[in-house]
Design a protein around this ligand. Structure first.
Ligand SMILES: N=C(N)NCCCC[C@H](N)C(=O)O
Ligand SMILES: O=C(O)CCC(=O)C(=O)O
Ligand SMILES: [Fe+2]
Length: 347
């Protein structure tokens, strides 16, 4: 049975690593992103015990009574509660993918920012615009917030190392030390610059066992999370050990491969903005979750994304190499995200 490549990112986190070791990693990344758009990531430096604590804290939250979870309920941006339409707890079926309710519950956290986004929605006094913070953290379990804040810091560092490696994998030229490095420059640091204020997203997701018939041939009537691509740069996905839930669509467009967890490793996939930057050389691979196994599954994806204002258009070198027209004229990541978030809740 085929399985996804495993990539050790440590040379890009260790300042004393050799250029040759980095080049080797870059080569592996290019292969993995060209073939699958998905791979396992090791060598990230976050101890397995910490990863287990992250899952365990999320599990403790989902085990609370609904009344308690709804204390941090997500509210519409136009509603009287003055929500931001995105942050907070979503009950079962509140998230929609391809027009169908997903069978999961979740807390969504985003980078907190103090400037207004581009889309204002009407509403009463105190109404916030879509995606304008703050995050809604649960009181219980008490350790969740501090532990997650520290974890998010570490993940930003891993994400940054990973996009640096990806820039190198594309064989873009090294940055010119004499230039100011404008975001328009196409060098191997282009992803690093455009993520230096990454508008990251973190989801804590709880999946009950689906109750549809267990036969593998039975038609799929409801999904834990419908088929989709992720929106930005790279997703660092942590899950509990449940196998057979996350499935990745292979290049042939018909075969679904199980991306079963490897203890201590992240499942990584690339998002829509990397596909756009690379003009489709690397695809943001479609994936879905069908949890028919036993037990209550917990996953915690961290989406390391471009800056909200980053203008993303195909890189000239990738357009040339792809031999195709530029696939997009360019727009900000924030515009892409707002369209997606709106579709997730009001689709
Ligand atoms: N921030 C990210 N990437 N979240 C992924 C959620 C995927 C499902 C979503 N309902 C959708 O239809 O996109
Ligand atoms: O739970 C998982 O394994 C994947 C979730 C996912 O694809 C997402 O939230 O974007
Ligand atoms: Fe996803």
């Amino acid at each position: 049975m085929m399985s996804l490549p495993i990539i050790d990112i440590s040379p890009f986190l260790d300042a004393s690593s050799s250029p040759a070791s980095r080049q080797q990693v870059a080569l592996f990344i290019n292969n993995a992103c060209t073939e699958f758009g998905f791979f396992y990531l090791t060598g990230h430096g976050i101890p397995q015990a910490k990863l287990e604590e992250i899952i365990s804290l999320a599990r403790q939250f989902f085990a609370l009574p609904n009344e308690q979870k709804n204390k941090i309920k997500r509210h519409d941006a136009a509603g009287p509660e003055g929500g931001d339409g995105a942050r907070g707890y979503q009950g079962m079926g509140e998230n929609v993918t391809q027009g169908k309710k997903d069978m999961h519950e979740a807390i969504d956290l985003y980078r907190e920012w103090d400037h207004a986004p581009t889309v204002e929605r009407s509403g009463g006094p105190g109404t916030r615009s879509t995606l304008q913070g703050p995050n809604l953290w649960p009181d219980e379990p008490g350790k969740l917030k501090p532990v997650y804040l520290a974890y998010i810091k570490q993940l930003q560092n891993v994400g940054s190392a990973l996009v640096r490696a990806m820039g190198q994998a594309l064989e873009l030229p090294p940055p010119d030390p004499n230039s100011a490095g404008t975001p328009e420059t196409e060098d191997s640091e282009v992803f690093v610059r455009n993520t230096d204020h990454s508008f990251w997203v973190m989801r804590l997701i709880g999946y009950p066992k689906l109750t549809t018939p267990v036969s593998p041939d039975a038609p799929i009537t409801s999904l834990s999370c419908g088929e989709h691509t992720d929106y930005g740069c790279v997703t660092l996905l942590l899950t509990d050990p449940t196998p057979g839930a996350l499935q990745v669509l292979l290049k042939d467009g018909t075969t679904w491969l199980n991306a079963d967890p490897i203890p201590g490793a992240f499942v990584v996939n690339i998002g829509d903005m990397i596909e756009r930057w690379t003009n489709g050389l690397w695809k943001s691979t479609r994936h879905r979750v069908i949890h028919r196994g036993e037990g209550y599954r917990v996953s915690v994806p961290f989406f390391f994304e471009p800056n909200f204002e980053a203008v993303v258009r195909p890189l000239e070198r990738c357009v040339e190499r792809s031999g195709k027209e530029a696939m997009h004229e360019g727009s900000t990541y924030g515009e892409h995200l707002l369209g997606k978030v709106f579709g997730n809740f009001y689709g």
